[in-house]
Design a protein around this ligand. Structure first.
Ligand code: F6P
Length: 358
């Protein structure tokens, strides 16, 4: 019988975390007829390792549906360090187990992205009762069509692209906009399409600068003397694709660049004479209130997760598949990522819109 549960939010924050915490908590109170205690673990797995937590009561989740960020705080605790005993001599896995038991938890909800799911699976394999929920603006969690936070980020990025459009047109410029997404370009692909970008560059498809130049020149010949390029922060060129990531980052460092954005802008200006500008909306893409879509999704996910706890179904990752809320085994999700494949329908759509994909 589940009597006391914990909730933690781990990894990069995103809109919808609070809406999910609220949905889990409200549903639990109803499903257990108020005979349930909820503990909020502070700052993700870091809090679980160090025993930082506080009891959550109804007043904690009043008015948080629309609130950005996470009331519990979050921290990146990389999975690869989870099983490493560092200088502080702390065995993180055994501390997490110890604190789970000390807090007398019967179940722990872990809200996060790929790294969070990996650690959640590790804890599940260690015998803890875990339910994970998919959060990330990157939308790259395996086994779910969508993660909460993604659509809000698409809305924010689209707004940036729209605003870039008008100024690019007035000044007859090429504007290169860098969007978040290190390993996967879902956010860039979706917002590029919704913002009417002319070029979309994603990590899954290394770009050839010559293809970009000829696309821009073609537009220019057709009387379009401005263009919008959206580039995912993890995008790289076909020549960079031939070298290892470590070497690639070293070469970028020599150029004083972490991402391809400025490199692309400078090459365009040098090789075409078009005036270029770059925009990096950065963490604004993860900030603020969740969209209506994400509020609904977070509420559905949270309510479903509470039902799993009521039914004592653990070791699971909540997901949406074909518009239906469901769950996958955590062991199936952990260690995988949902990357864009070049034959996916959204890529076909982009191509049919005449968008250059590099
Ligand atoms: O995972 C979400 C994300 O926003 C990525 O798109 C981005 O690469 C990363 O987090 C940024 O991380 P941080 O918030 O640690 O700078």
């Amino acid at each position: 019988m589940v009597k006391r549960v914990g909730i933690l939010t781990s990894g990069g924050d995103c809109p919808g975390l609070n809406a999910t915490i609220r949905a889990i908590s409200k549903s639990l109170y109803r499903l257990f007829k108020n005979k349930i205690e909820i503990v909020g673990i502070l700052d993700g797995y870091h809090g679980l390792i160090h025993g930082k937590y506080r009891t959550i009561t109804e007043k904690d989740f009043a008015d948080i549906l629309t609130l950005g960020g996470t009331i519990l705080g979050t921290k990146r605790t990389p999975f690869k360090l989870m099983q490493v005993v560092e200088e502080d001599n702390i065995d993180k896995v055994s501390e997490m187990k110890k604190n789970y038991n000390k807090m007398k938890l019967d179940c722990l909800f872990c809200l996060g992205g790929n790294g969070t799911h990996k650690t959640a699976n590790l804890l599940s394999e260690e015998g803890l009762n875990i339910i994970a929920l998919p959060k990330t603006i990157d939308n790259d969690i395996w086994g779910t069509d969508i993660s909460f936070g993604f659509h809000t980020a698409v809305d924010i990025a689209t707004d940036s692209i729209d605003r870039a459009h008008t100024t690019a047109k007035s000044h007859k410029r090429i504007i290169v906009i860098e969007l978040m997404g290190n390993k996967s370009g879902w956010l860039t692909l979706y917002s590029g399409i919704s913002g009417g970008a002319d070029v979309i560059l994603i990590p899954e498809n290394p770009y050839d600068i010559n293809n970009i130049l000829s696309h821009l020149n073609k537009r220019f010949k057709n009387g379009k003397n401005y263009s919008i390029i959206v580039v995912a922060e993890g995008a790289y060129s076909i020549s960079e694709a031939k070298i290892k990531k470590k070497k690639r980052m070293e070469l970028r460092k020599e150029l004083g660049e972490k991402t391809a954005t400025n490199i692309i802008a400078k090459e365009i200006e040098k090789l075409t004479g078009f005036e270029t500008r770059t925009i990096v909306p950065g963490h604004i893409q993860r900030g603020g209130s969740p969209s209506a879509y994400d509020r609904i999704l977070a509420t559905q996910f949270g309510s479903y997760a509470a039902t799993l706890a009521k039914n004592e179904q653990f070791g699971l990752a909540v997901a949406m598949v074909n518009n239906k809320i469901t769950s996958n085994r955590l062991s199936d999700v952990a260690g995988k990522a949902k990357l864009i494949t070049l034959d996916c329908p959204m890529i076909t759509t982009a191509k049919q819109m005449g968008i250059c994909l590099g």
